[in-house]
Write a protein that binds this ligand. Sequence first.
Ligand SMILES: C[S@@+](CC[C@H](N)C(=O)[O-])C[C@H]1O[C@@H](n2cnc3c(N)ncnc32)[C@H](O)[C@@H]1O
Length: 318
Amino acid sequence: MFVSPGELRLPFDSRTIFGREGPLIFEIGFGNGWFLEQLARADPSANVLGAETSASSVHRAYRRLSRARLDNVRMFKGDAVFLTRFVLRSGSIDTVYVNYPDPWPRRKHRGRRLLSADFLQLLADRLKPSGKVVLTTDHAEYFQFARDQAAKSTVFSELVATPPSQFLETRYAKKWRRQGKAIYHAVLTSRGHVADPVPDIGGNNMQHALLSGDLGTVGSMPPGVYRKQDAYVIVMNHLLDEANEGMVFAVHVEEHGLKQDILIEAVPREHGIFVGVRRFGSPMATRGVGEALRIVVDWLESRGLEVRDRWYRDDQPR
Ligand SMILES: C[S@@+](CC[C@H](N)C(=O)[O-])C[C@H]1O[C@@H](n2cnc3c(N)ncnc32)[C@H](O)[C@@H]1O
C-alpha cells in the first residue's frame, strides 16, 4: 500500500505501482485518509495516490484503507513537493486534490505555503493537458493567496465554485463547519505548461564495490565536504559495526534540492570487503549517492585496501 521512492525505477510508472494503466489521481495532505478512500471507491478504474507528511495521520489512514481493502490506492509518507519534483512523470496526473492545506497565517511563514506559483508550475508540468488542481479551504486569505499564485503561474485558468458535498466531509471540513466557517473551493485547469522536467539524478542501480585488505588498519576517515558535479557530499563521521566487524559511514548528499542522509557500509563478506549503501531509510540510488560511495572507496584505497571490483551507475565499471 506504500510507495517507497528508494525502491522505484524513476520516474514513477503507474504500471509498476498499481499493476495497470488508469487515470492518476493525486491527493496532497490526505490526513486521516477519508477523502482518499472516497476517491478510490468513486472510480475503481482510477489509480489513487496520496502523500502525507504526518506519521500519525498516515497511521490512521493506513488502518482505514486496510479495512476498506481497496486495491487502487497507494500512500507515500513524506513531502508531496518532493514526490512531485523527483518521482512523478511529466504529463502523468489527471487531477490533484488539496483539501484544507495548512494556511500558515503568519507573514514570516508564508514561504511554507504549498500552493506557490513555483509549485503550481511544477504541477502543471506533471499534469496531463487540461488536468486539474482542486483546492478546498476554510481560510479566506489562503484562498486568495492561492488564486493569486495561480494567476502568477500563468498556466491555470480558474473556476470558483460551491464545494460539492464530499469536500465538506473530511475531518478538517467538519471541524471548520462546526465552527461556522465558510468553505472556499476552486478548480484550476491547466492550460499549458512551462517545462519543468524531472531532474536527472541518475540511475537506479545501487552501486557497490569489492575490496581486499584489513579494515582494522585504515584508521578514521576525517569529516569533509566534497563538491562533485551537481552534488554536495558531506562525510560526517563513521562508526564501527562490531556485529559485522565492519565500518559504517554517515554521509549527507544533496543534489538538485534532493537531500538524503545515507549510511555507507564496509563489511567483510565471503569474497572480500563489500562497500555499498545500507538499505536504511530507503535511500535513492542517485548520481550523488554514487559519488559518495566513490569518495569512501577512494579513501579506503588511499588507506591501503585494494579495489578488486567497482560497479557504479548502470553497472558500468569505471
Ligand atoms: C489541515 S490538514 C488537512 C487534512 C485533510 N486533507 C483533511 O481535510 O482532513 C493538512 C494536512 O496536510 C499535510 N501536509 C502539509 N504539507 C504537506 C506536504 N508538503 N506534503 C504532504 N502532506 C502535507 C499535513 O501533515 C496535514 O495532515
